[in-house]
Ligand binder design. Structure first.
Ligand code: F3S
Length: 59
């Protein structure tokens, strides 16, 4: 699956990195960055479900 973060929507809460550090990493601006855009890691979906502002898209 492909993973995207909408940086304009992300509020930098860090939940995605906490749940799925192999896919998400906080950048210098305090926003989440996808470090592995194509992954089978199920935690990416968990992160998308847990993001408080729905900034993560998984397809
Ligand atoms: Fe941002 Fe949502 Fe992750 S607010 S830091 S994309 S959990």
């Amino acid at each position: 699956m492909k993973v995207y973060v909408d940086k304009d929507t992300c509020i930098g809460c860090g939940v995605c990195e906490g749940l799925c550090p192999e896919v998400f990493k906080m950048n210098d601006e305090g926003k989440a960055e996808v470090i592995v855009p194509e992954t089978e890691a199920s935690c990416a979906q968990d992160a998308a479900d847990s993001c408080p502002v729905q900034a993560i898209k998984v397809e």
